[in-house]
Design a protein around this ligand. Structure first.
Ligand code: MN
Ligand code: MN
Length: 455
């Protein structure tokens, strides 16, 4: 009998067929991720995958029944995928999985375009927690939507096709960086200096404004937009390019936006594969990186309205349904990084390749601003994982009093729903290119499947 707890490395535990499953699953994820850089992209990609599987649009008040496969898209930025089960929803509640599909990036300001020094730039306002020095001198893509006068929407996506141009924020050459080098890391690159080059060629000698006017003409020719239309747009710069395997063994994936698509994708695939007994809901939330406020964030009433509407249609009391529901707040956690070992508490960190990580609490300063899941809820999930042979681990964000962070968990718990955080460990979280392990990704899928199929 072994009494000691020993964290397992999933690759070490996995037989050949399991390793193949791990690598095969990662290909589907990479494809999803490349098309899901923004929350709008993720909702559109999820909608396509749902429709391929026979899922139908849901609207409040619709009649539903066991076996129905539904999705509800909240203003193009937040999707709820729902599979109605055969179990009594009053008694069994809903198995909810909530991840977010917004990621840190550089949004355009309402009046972004200017010309200086013979170059045209877009001014940005960063979204979410970024380390600003990481964003200059990398290839950027521009994505989003412009709403024209009268409501017509124009989609913009430039920089991800290899034939597209990209955009670029400059940095100072080392030869002239003596003063910059003396600045603190957080100050060396300011938010107001994150301006990306979008053009350099004047249209002709009669143009007074030169490059700016030429850029506006190109935008009008291609998209039919004028400068004022930026004020009614949501455009952002995201790192250009596809997810790439990392290392000779290809065990890891480097990509933009793992946080939190690396949890969103497994909750969706788990829902697709779920056994149809309990009612399952997979949520892709927006605005988590800025605090979950707003109509598409998890603090919005929309989740309550959906549960109310589904419950009423099934003849159930929504209060009872919420009370009996359970939720995994599926969000990434910090993977132990040996290069920065001093900020981690080794015995309670999450490690790359050791599986999806159960995080009882996040928060800061003595567990404030967090959902601290009950031992019973952690126990429930543990049973599901162990019954299904899922390789998983536990984790904390880092050493006590060194920083902190949160997820959507506390907002769902506030609705009277037992909630537990669980997610994939990430290296270089919130960097333009983050790293995750293919084994942890597949562990997350298996973990979510074990959770929704536990009865
Ligand atoms: Mn996250
Ligand atoms: Mn994040």
């Amino acid at each position: 009998m072994q009494y000691e707890y020993i964290r397992k490395n999933y690759f070490k535990e996995a037989e050949e067929a399991e390793r193949k499953a791990i690598f095969d699953y990662a290909e589907g994820y990479k494809n999803f991720l490349f098309n899901s850089k923004t929350e709008r992209g993720a909702c559109a990609t999820a909608k396509k995958l749902c429709e391929e599987r026979g899922y139908k649009p849901y609207m409040f008040g619709d009649k539903v029944k066991a076996g129905d496969k539904l999705y509800f898209i909240n203003r193009d930025k937040n999707i709820f995928i729902i599979k109605i089960g055969t179990n009594d929803i009053s008694e069994c509640g809903i198995k909810i999985m909530a991840a977010h599909v917004d990621s840190p990036r550089l949004d355009l300001k309402p009046n972004p375009l200017y010309e200086d020094g013979g170059l045209a730039f877009f001014k940005t306002h960063y979204y979410g927690g970024i380390k600003k020095y990481q964003w200059p001198t990398i290839a950027l893509a521009l994505e989003g939507v412009v709403v024209l006068r009268g409501g017509e929407r124009v989609a913009v996506n430039v920089g991800d096709d290899e034939n597209d141009p990209v955009f670029y924020i400059t940095d100072l050459l080392p030869h002239l960086s003596q003063e910059q080098n003396e600045l603190k890391l957080a100050k060396a690159i300011s938010g107001e200096s994150l301006n990306a080059i979008v053009g350099a060629m004047p249209d002709g000698c009669e143009d007074k404004e030169g490059v700016k006017a030429a850029v506006l003409k190109l935008l009008h020719d291609k998209y039919g937009i004028s400068e004022i239309d930026f004020q009614t747009s949501e455009l952002c710069f995201v790192p250009a390019g596809k997810p790439r395997d990392v290392g000779f063994d290809r065990a890891l994936i480097s990509a933009y936006g793992h946080d939190d698509k690396v949890c969103a994708y497994p909750e969706m695939t788990a829902l697709f594969e779920s056994d149809g007994k309990d009612t399952v809901m997979a949520i892709f939330a927006d605005k988590e990186e800025t605090g979950s406020q707003g109509v598409t964030g998890m603090q919005s009433r929309v989740i309550v309205d959906i549960i109310d509407s589904l419950s009423r249609s099934l003849g159930a009391d929504p209060i009872l349904v919420r009370y009996n529901s359970k939720c995994i707040s599926a969000d990434v956690c910090a993977a132990f990084d040996p290069e920065y070992a001093s900020v981690y508490e080794k015995r309670n960190s999450s490690y790359i390749n050791c599986g999806a990580s159960v995080t009882k609490y996040h928060g800061a300063r003595g567990k404030s601003s967090t959902n601290d899941a009950s031992a019973e809820m952690v126990g429930y999930v543990r049973d599901a994982l162990e019954d299904n042979g899922v390789i998983y681990q536990t984790g904390e964000l880092g050493k006590i009093d060194i920083g902190g962070g949160g997820t959507v968990a506390m907002y769902i718990a506030d609705l009277g729903i037992d909630t537990l955080d669980m997610g994939v460990p990430v290296l270089s979280m919130h960097a333009p290119y983050e790293i995750i392990s293919k084994a942890d990704l597949y562990s997350m899928h298996k973990a979510m499947l074990a959770f929704v199929n536990k009865h």
